[in-house]
Design a protein around this ligand. Structure first.
Ligand code: UD1
Length: 420
């Protein structure tokens, strides 16, 4: 098992280019199941989660290969095994996005329930209710969702999500693309990844409107053609690197990001006192002195992303005063807090709120990554802390960041990966 060792307190300066978005690539790869033939997806990050999706598609009988490091070729046969087994789903909850496409094209699907997750219960009831509204008969048996399209094909319907769900919106939107007739989905997620999936589906011949708003309208078609798609840049990776730039004394330019996807974060970075300026195809952030304290509340897009909460908290640990962080999207998403406390941060958690009392500096120590975004936060904290920080259980980080240490090295970070 690898660990990342960081000598912190070194100024970061320079440019870094962001990768393709994991959370847009995964549903795009699942969308290939909607059509027989040869699919191409470009700007796919080289990550553990993408390899898991590749194994999942392989299990179903698809040929999945990397045409080059960031391009994936998928051949989908006429008939695929409509099954996602527990062994794969348990390592990646997002595997559940194969449910909609399988059900829509093959009329049936058997997908393992994802089970508990380190950041809260994360049910999939809204995915299932949406698919049921389209005419799926759903049973839960032996830990699996067994779904069948009544009459062999899903039918368009009106459905309102009880709460905003990103992969739930994606699953039901993909299913509706091949359903008979019109579907209207309300209270949809507006995340850029949902829009990117709609772009991918339209390139396959799907008739979708309204993505990016809370109401998506889909006119089902009989057949879709293979996908050729370029995945959007990863706003969470970009955001993580922007927070690195906002740490005191740093000056980082993140190229290849989409500033409109990062507005809520950029606003907060400006409020803490960092200077953020647009540059050609990117953003430059300069961290000037001790950050100012502020309150952050996570919310669905365009609100402040829950996937940036842990990284933002790192910045606030050294703020000149007290900040309050409110996590409203997931329960139990404060597992990084105890590790940050080991580095000298002063944070207390009460339910959904964390109170962060700024301290002058952090000091390096061994810390344990608990989930994907928490591990990114620990790397940032290691860059900030004086002395040596070792981040253990790096496999969490590798699920969502393509060799984060190699992004940070050219900026001057003293960071290396070794065997734990
Ligand atoms: C996606 C992202 C993840 C991000 C999250 C929120 C992917 C692959 N992952 O996860 O990185 O943190 O959005 O921005 O895109 N919920 C229900 N019932 C459901 C579905 C969700 O109650 O059927 C709840 C969840 O428990 C959670 C909230 O809704 O509290 C939001 O979850 P959701 O948007 O579904 O997250 P994911 O799509 O799993």
């Amino acid at each position: 098992m690898d660990k990342i060792v960081i000598e912190g307190g070194v100024p970061l300066r320079g440019e870094v280019v962001v990768s393709g978005a994991k959370n847009a690539a995964l549903p795009a790869l699942a969308a290939a199941l909607l059509a027989e033939g040869d699919h191409r997806v470009r700007n796919v990050p080289d990550l553990a989660d993408v390899r898991t999706m590749g194994r999942l598609l392989g299990h179903m009988g698809c040929a999945f290969e990397r045409a080059d490091r960031h391009e994936v070729a998928i051949r989908v046969p006429a008939s695929t095994l409509p099954e996602a087994p527990y062994e794969l789903v348990k390592t990646m909850r997002a595997s559940v996005v194969v449910l909609g496409p399988l059900l829509a094209r093959l009329g049936k699907a058997r997908v393992s329930l994802p089970g508990g997750c380190a950041i809260g219960a994360r049910p999939i009831d809204q995915h299932l209710k949406g698919l049921a509204a389209l005419g799926a008969e759903i049973e839960l048996e032996h830990g699996y969702v067994e779904a069948t399209a009544r009459g062999g094909r899903l039918r368009g319907a009106h459905f309102t999500f009880d709460g905003v769900t990103v992969t739930g919106t994606e699953n039901v939107m993909m299913a509706a693309a091949l359903a008979e007739g019109a579907t209207v989905l309300r209270n949809c997620a507006r995340e850029p990844e949902v829009v990117d999936l709609a772009v991918a589906l339209r390139s396959m011949g799907a008739r979708i409107e309204g993505d990016g708003t809370d109401e998506i309208r889909i006119q089902g078609v009989e057949r879709l053609r293979p996908l050729s798609h370029l995945v959007i840049p990863d706003r969470i990776e970009a955001g993580t690197l922007l927070v690195a730039g906002a740490l005191p004394g740093n000056d980082v330019t993140v190229r290849g990001c989409v500033p409109e996807h990062l507005e809520a974060l950029v606003e907060k970075l400006r409020q803490v006192g960092a200077t953020v300026t647009p540059v050609p195809s990117g953003l430059r952030v300069v961290g000037d002195g001790r950050p100012r304290p502020l309150d952050v509340r996570t919310a669905p897009f365009p609100g402040f992303p829950t996937d940036m909460q842990a990284q933002m908290m790192v910045l606030l640990t050294v703020a000149d005063g007290s900040s309050v962080v409110a996590e409203t999207v997931f329960e139990n998403r404060y597992m990084h807090v105890q590790e940050l406390v080991r580095l000298g941060a002063d944070i207390s958690v009460e339910g959904k709120r964390a109170v962060v009392k700024g301290v002058p500096s952090l000091s390096g120590a061994p810390v344990m990554a608990s989930d994907l975004r928490a591990s990114a936060a620990l790397v940032l904290a290691g860059l900030l802390a004086h002395g040596t920080t070792e981040v253990l259980r790096v496999y969490h980080l590798d699920r969502g960041y393509e060799r984060l240490e190699e992004r940070l090295l050219p900026l001057g970070a003293r960071i290396r990966r070794t065997k734990a």
